[in-house]
Design a protein around this ligand. Structure first.
Ligand code: CDP
Ligand code: MG
Length: 160
């Protein structure tokens, strides 16, 4: 086993007994089509890495309509749903599972409020969001949803 793999498994605190969903060490970030298409991915990744997040994998994906609808199923029926799906399928996104202590909680803090106008100064959405819909980045909102959302993009990928 290489030293790198040994280091990674210590950092991930991986528990093979199925208790990972209880812990808050992994989350999913998606750099949305507005930010990815305008070349902001590097700056956003720099911000995330500066805050201690480790990138476990990365995929550039152009979501299908069915894919975007499935990912945002919790919002189906809301007034903004169709427009959100239009936006999320308008160009490629960059999906990344991220790891650090208190990952879900901390990433939500780092990205800021949904509407960039309400987001704290220095947050990703305040810096790079264009509006309430075109807000640059997605982050999982709970450890259980993080597990589901990571699997949505990275099923079968060994992230350890
Ligand atoms: O992304 P976040 O968890 O902060 O917000 P959400 O309530 O889960 O909404 C998902 C996404 O839908 C947002 O990030 C926006 O892109 C979009 N949205 C919108 O266009 N208009 C709203 N009133 C609420 C959300
Ligand atoms: Mg949400």
């Amino acid at each position: 086993m290489s030293p790198h793999r040994g280091d990674a498994s210590e950092r991930t605190n991986h528990k093979p007994n199925g208790n990972e969903a209880m812990s808050d060490t992994r989350t999913l970030a998606i750099i949305k089509p507005d930010a990815f298409g305008s070349g902001k991915a590097g700056k956003i990744i720099d911000r995330l890495e500066s805050d201690g997040f480790r990138i476990l994998a990365a995929r550039v994906v152009h979501l299908s309509r069915a894919g975007a609808e499935a990912f945002y199923d919790v919002h189906r029926g809301k007034p903004f749903f169709a427009s959100l799906v239009d936006f999320m399928t308008s160009g490629p996104v960059l999906a990344m599972p991220l790891e650090r202590e208190d990952a879900v909680t901390r990433l939500r803090e780092v990205i800021g409020a949904t509407d960039p106008a309400d987001a704290d100064t220095g947050t990703v959405r305040a810096l790079y969001g264009e509006g309430k819909e075109r807000n640059a980045i997605h982050a999982s909102d709970s450890p259980d949803n993080a597990r589901v959302e990571v699997a949505f993009f990275f099923a079968g990928v060994d992230l350890a």
